[in-house]
Design a protein around this ligand. Structure first.
Ligand code: VGL
Ligand code: ZN
Length: 195
């Protein structure tokens, strides 16, 4: 089973102090770094998605959408959290560039050559996707539900945090992902299974 790690939207604007901060969003960073270390050691792909918006988009309240301005391309808020330890071979995919659309799933993202996430994963013969990051109730959920169409999915429950506009949103998002076929896993369990 050839695995890959997908790190969803661990960007400054989704962390404390950011424009659309997820409570304790930065707590996922040290845990994700441990997952990254294992994937690098095993020479398996590490992919990071990022929310990468134009200044004017229907995604933002100013233009009729649901969200405050966040993750505007090439601004500090859109940068990955500074403590996230990306290996040089990590692949970055960007989404949310279309000013007329909301897009939450990393499967709507493309790399700098225009390859979609699905194309990248198929080219690397990936069969199993490990998913963590932000936010549990939006982009992580949308990405996992899309991933399940083509891959086995492990949800890194110790490396996700949610927006929780309603207090139970993250809990319900996890239930929906599990009902669709995702399997919950923690770093401890991953480590135990490698030994
Ligand atoms: C996200 C809200 C708006 C996310 C992106 O990455 O989960 N949430 N844009
Ligand atoms: Zn966004």
């Amino acid at each position: 089973m050839s695995p890959a790690l997908l790190i969803v939207d661990v960007q400054n604007d989704f962390c404390p102090g950011g424009a659309l901060a997820v409570a304790q969003g930065d707590r996922v960073v040290p845990v994700l770094n441990r997952y990254i270390e294992i994937f690098v050691k095993d020479k398996n792909p590490v992919i990071a998605s990022r929310d990468w918006h134009p200044r004017r988009t229907k995604h933002f309240k100013d233009f009729g959408g649901p969200w405050p301005v966040h993750c505007v391309a090439n601004t500090p808020g859109a940068a990955f959290h500074p403590q996230l330890k990306f290996p040089p071979q990590a692949i970055v995919v960007s989404k949310g560039m279309d000013p007329d659309k909301d897009s939450y799933s990393a499967f709507q993202a493309v790399d700098e050559k225009g390859r979609t996430l699905l194309e990248i994963l198929k080219q690397s013969d990936v069969q199993e996707l490990f998913v963590g990051g932000l936010a549990t109730d939006y982009c992580v959920k949308a990405s996992v539900l899309d991933a399940l169409k083509d891959f086995k999915v492990k949800l890194l429950t110790d490396a996700v945090k949610g927006v929780n506009i309603h207090p139970d949103d993250s809990k319900r998002a996890i239930e929906a992902m599990v009902a669709a076929g995702a399997v919950e896993i923690t770093f401890k369990e991953l480590e135990a299974n490698r030994k």
